[in-house]
Design a protein around this ligand. Sequence first.
Ligand code: AMP
Length: 283
Amino acid sequence: MNVTRNIDDIRRLVADARAAGQSIALVPTMGAIHEGHCSLIRAAKDACDFVVVSIFVNPTQFGPDEDFQKYPRMEDSDLASCERCGVDTVFAPSVEVMYGEESLTEVSVGRLGKTLCGASRPGHFAGVCTVVAKLFNIVLPDAAFFGAKDFQQAVIIRRMTDDLKFPVRIVICPTARQGDGLAISSRNSYLTPAQRKQATGLYGALQMADEKIRSQHPCASDVIEAIRAHLNAHVPQGQIDYIQIVNPKDLRDVGSTDRAVLVALAVQIGGTRLIDNTLVDGP
Ligand code: AMP
């Protein structure tokens, strides 16, 4: 497995692979590689010949009071995980390589970036889109793989790709979970054992909502109130950031649940912000 840190090197490796007739997959990550990332890598390997994983903790997607400084960085074990998963090349650039001294151009996706997580994380999705657009231009992949755990991010990347005509196929992979249902996340490592126990309540709330929607098709506000009650009972240390039920295509809030909906929530437990979601098919 190669590890590349500059743009010329990764471009050369990808060009060689392409010249040998190989298709190229990109899996963008911020490192702290876990089973969720590995599931994306496996999907990438199934679909393409040459898999590039990028590891880059992107400063522009963190707000001033967020965890950019303390975000887990563990390159040695990340490289070992990538090697184990059969990655061909890791691209692990510095902030300077990605942004230079001053990078003025930003990609944003209008209203899609202002709802759900975007409401409490202004500028977050512009940071995500900007870095993903750079990665697409550097790696020139045929396909790029994202997790449904960050459903809004996946919808936004797909929209950016369509709008800006990137010739990249966007693949969205299912959320990998722990045995008790908690969505795997690099940020789970911040949780104390007591907080970790409560964090399962997010999945419990989503399962309850999924069941309620499938069996009764209630109005969205009833489901939101039931989720709120579930979280208050099971995640007493949790501060609810949002609970929303939206159209999974355009992320607009919906009033009824008689067609496909995305139930999404964000809860702060102690200093840790956790997100999760479930897609409920229509009847
Ligand atoms: P991150 O390193 O957190 O920026 O995540 C990199 C990619 O992995 C994103 O596309 C995430 O949606 C995806 N991802 C993170 N956690 C999971 C998970 N539990 N299951 C599936 N994909 C995930």
